[in-house]
Design a protein around this ligand. Structure first.
Ligand SMILES: *[C@@H]1O[C@H](CO)[C@@H](O)[C@H](O)[C@H]1NC(C)=O
Ligand SMILES: *[C@@H]1O[C@H](CO)[C@@H](O)[C@H](O)[C@H]1NC(C)=O
Ligand SMILES: *[C@@H]1O[C@H](CO)[C@@H](O)[C@H](O)[C@H]1NC(C)=O
Length: 453
């Protein structure tokens, strides 16, 4: 370890003198390490770890948070790191609300093929959640064996979108592995952000949600409800490939009726892809188009240039013939048969096993709207659910000086639900201070403000 013990009061004093600010996190760069793990034949997974940089605490006194991006095919080391919670933003400027001030951060590009991860043969892409989970178990086993300094540190998994579905599956398997003693890790909980736990509950709530927000008229609601029923039929019959196709169609119906609402934040508009429709693009299947639509935001040009430019230069170990995001669409399309499968039963198992589960959702998200999340939570068979339901929520304020409500929270035993206001799908991008507070609350570094009043 290279960290030098720093005397906290002195450091704060120095910072206070030099900047005049009350709190100013040191800009000194912390320790970072990264590597590949071969999780299966021809399947190479990339991870990037940042040790917490806090002026008062050694990293060993702070939790370790693993962040999982959605898609599938979205890169944690790229999007999550530079657009959401990492120490630097995509202009390489320090991020005030970085989670690194309160946790060490482990970004993993999964499933294989995502971000800087890659497969050598097209047969090596993951095709379902079980494979995604077993790949991650290989990675985590390797990680905790090689980084013994994290074995006792509380380990949390935070996730977004499809990353939430992966996080649920990974958490259950990790919990088992820890109990069996096969992975030396102090697993402390999972947080599911705008997560794709029950796709059909999202699809079924799109119409009512948009209608209530003045983004559908009666005719539009009728159209959206009709296609949503078709998705429901396909899911009920377990025709998951068909359900994925119909889901794509449902999105198209919504775009037609809402003048292209942005699925990731309903107060903004989706600017349809610049019509550089090459013949190649026209020949692509609906699945490729669907994948590209959902991965586009996570692979914006500026971020791609950063990752494929200065970042890969810094990392040094990225094979020359591989590019960041180069296999993302393939990652997505290979999961076609898995996409619409629900994992509510996995969340139930986590709750029964006593794993701490947090659900958080942005108010302005459409693709995984809050109504849909509430719908699947109601379907849990967890014995404590009635008591959870009877609770009243409590308001949260990210700025103690302000009376502006930032979120509501309800928590009972090992389940917590956060309603994050004024945030879309990417909660930390939209509400950085509240997202940081959420992480600190979930990892028991902060009590909720109300209980201290
Ligand atoms: C931080 O914690 C690690 C692991 O416990 C320890 O090896 C290291 O000496 C600590 N560093 C400081 C500065 O206390
Ligand atoms: C797999 O791909 C990497 C990166 O392109 C390459 O360096 C390696 O030689 C390949 N391995 C095999 C077995 O083809
Ligand atoms: C899990 O949640 C319970 C209830 O909120 C809490 O008492 C406990 O400290 C949590 N455990 C961890 C490891 O965060």
């Amino acid at each position: 370890m290279e960290l030098v013990r720093r005397s906290c009061p002195v450091l704060l004093l120095v910072l206070g003198l030099s900047s005049g600010a009350v709190i100013n996190w040191p800009t000194k760069e912390g320790k970072e390490v990264w590597d590949y793990v071969t999780v299966r034949k021809d399947a190479h997974m990339f991870w990037w770890l940042y040790y917490a940089t806090n002026p008062c605490k050694n990293f060993s006194e702070l939790p370790l948070v693993m962040w999982l991006q959605g898609g599938p095919g979205g890169s944690s080391t790229g999007f999550g790191n530079f657009e959401e919670i990492g120490p630097l933003d995509s202009n390489l400027k320090p991020r005030k609300t970085t989670w690194l001030q309160s946790a060490s951060l482990l970004f993993v590009d999964n499933p294989v093929g995502t971000g800087f991860s890659y497969v050598n043969s097209s047969g090596a892409y993951a095709k379902d959640l079980a494979m995604v989970v077993s790949d991650m178990m290989v990675l985590l086993k390797d990680f905790f064996s090689c980084h013994k300094e994290f074995q006792a540190v509380p380990f949390y998994i935070f996730s977004e979108s499809y990353g939430g579905k992966m996080a649920a599956g990974i958490s259950l398997e990790l919990h088992k592995a820890v109990q069996q003693g096969t992975i030396p890790c102090n697993f402390a909980g999972v947080a599911l952000g705008d997560s794709w736990i029950s796709p059909i509950d999202s699809v079924l709530s799109w119409g009512p949600y948009l209608y209530s927000m003045s983004l559908l008229d009666d005719q539009g609601l009728k159209d959206v409800s009709k296609i949503a029923e078709q998705v429901l039929d396909a899911v009920n019959q377990e025709h998951y490939v068909e359900a994925t196709k119909l889901w794509g169609k449902a999105e198209w119906v919504i775009e037609q009726n809402t003048d292209n609402v942005n699925f990731y934040n309903i107060l903004t508009k989706d600017t349809p892809q610049s019509p550089k429709k090459s013949s190649l693009e026209f020949s692509q299947s609906y699945l490729v188009r669907l994948g590209q639509r959902h991965l586009r935001l996570l692979h914006q040009d500026a971020l791609s240039q950063l990752m494929n430019g200065p970042i890969r230069k810094k990392l040094k170990i990225i094979p020359e013939d591989r590019s960041w995001g180069g296999q993302a669409t393939e990652v997505f399309t290979h999961m076609e048969g898995d996409f619409m499968k629900p994992v509510i039963s996995i969340v139930d198992k986590l709750l029964e096993a006593g794993v701490n589960v947090t659900v958080y959702n942005g108010q302005l998200d459409l693709i995984v709207d809050t109504m849909g999340q509430e719908a699947w939570v109601r379907k849990l068979t967890w014995a404590e659910l009635p008591k959870f339901n009877q609770l009243k929520w409590k308001p949260l304020y990210s700025d103690p000086e302000s009376s502006e409500t930032s979120a509501f929270v309800k928590s009972y035993k090992n389940l917590a639900f956060y309603w994050i206001l004024r945030a879309g799908h990417m909660v930390p991008s939209d509400q950085g201070p509240m997202a940081l507070k959420l992480m600190r609350m979930v990892t028991k570094q902060e009590e909720d403000a109300l209980s201290r009043r």
